[in-house]
Design a protein around this ligand. Sequence first.
Ligand code: GLN
Length: 543
Amino acid sequence: MTRFIFITGGVVSSLGKGLASAALGALLQARGYRVRLRKLDPYLNVDPGTMSPTQHGEVYVTDDGAETDLDLGHYERFTGVAARRTDNVTTGRIYTGVIEKERRGDYLGATVQVIPHVTDAIKEFALGNIEGEDFVLCEIGGTVGDIESLPFLEAIRQLGNELGRERAMFVHLTLVPYLKSAGELKTKPTQHSVKELQSVGIQPDMILCRCEQDIPASERRKIALFCNVPVDNVISAPDVSTIYEVPNCYHARGMDRQMAGHFGIENTAGELDLSRWSHITDRVRNPEGEVTIAVVGKYTNLLDSYKSLSEALAHGGIANNVRVSMNWIDSEIFESEDAVHQLSDVEGILVPGGFGERGAEGKIAAVQFAREHNVPYFGICFGMQMAVIELARSLARIKGAGSTEFGNCAEPIVGLMTEWSRGSDVERRGNGDNLGGTMRLGAYDCALADDSLVREIYGEANISERHRHRYEVNINYRDKLEAAGVKFSGLSPDGVLPEIIELPHHPWFVGVQFHPELKSKPFDPHPLFSSFIRAAIDRSRLV
Ligand code: GLN
């Protein structure tokens, strides 16, 4: 029997609802249950793929090639369960489906309405594609009270009724602010937010209260009284020093015990093993050293744009027992003379994924600095493409080397990908295609060259990694680049798409066309990130 937990948020956004849901998933998993986490986003975009990362944060790509909300990244990092296309939906996608059905005549002459047609589509999404999971956790994006989330709240209200108490639970995450001037914790915003939820017919079963410090029993009792919830189901969620402490933090405050109570399922808390999280927390809190990595990108004013990347770098630190300090630098500054020397103090340089010409020359300057000064270099997607352009210009003396992403160029070292294979199918793209959902997306296999650094790092000859790009390194330049000392150490199985390049005579210089950061977990750091941080540690010992 699959049980459903619906997670809503109130008072303000950015409370960490995704993280809270992910940690709750990890707790249920520790109790031995199979879990799946889902995100229902009320905005009108069909997916976040066309949104700027500075608007919405990173676009998280699943194995099956969906462009999804970054919370799915938290879900995977906490539970290790690979997210799927069917784990994220938006108002845009729901309406697209409803309107397509209407056009086909599937509604048999009915007037198509938000209730029941849109709410039915939302319910279908929540209940669909379940494979025997014990728990499905559905997080509703946005904040209760937003106009656009109403159909979602109505849909989960109906589900609560249809599934019954023993199969459905509502968790509401709120903020309990501490007012310094009054020296008091304030419960009123929580009361109002719960009222708002009750006004659409949802009575929360548990209230999770984000706060700077633990909420004393007296205040929890007050929230319980006003919000119609047992006091033991009012759980403090205080700020913690690392996000990986959250599962232990919730467990210590009785969250999973109370959930088991709600569903009337066996209480196995005595056997609960959370040592995985204690170990990670301990490593994060007590590192034996520190390395500094410069991340030379474009969307550095909103760190959520690089969420998986910053987590993966931290995981590389966990693997090596060091703290990774990240220096986020807007690449445009390197386009002026000499600014690149700011990179002298770092132990590693990383150029992440990106789009468009702005700042590209600055990234190329950062690559050149890393190559010339033997600083470990990690190029991801766009960062690989910029590295290859730099190597083509400097090592292979191809003066006009560039990318057609920026317009026509004399030597298209990086060009638009018009055709590639997925298994036995061929995907084709042209210049004027739609932007949404048309990149090379999702997991693809890659064959590693025998005598390469990456072969050693991965410890296997064939890997699968996730992609999100429209351009590729042009295989026609392979011979020229190899003659200049660039190794093509990873290729698509058919040998036509360069997936990884490296520089054998450099301490650590690797460019990958895929996004390894999407698959890194705190309990299973990605080998490329562990190796990169190790190289940075070696560098810190040298200088
Ligand atoms: N803009 C490049 C492309 O589309 C790189 C994309 C990325 O870094 N994710 O190929």
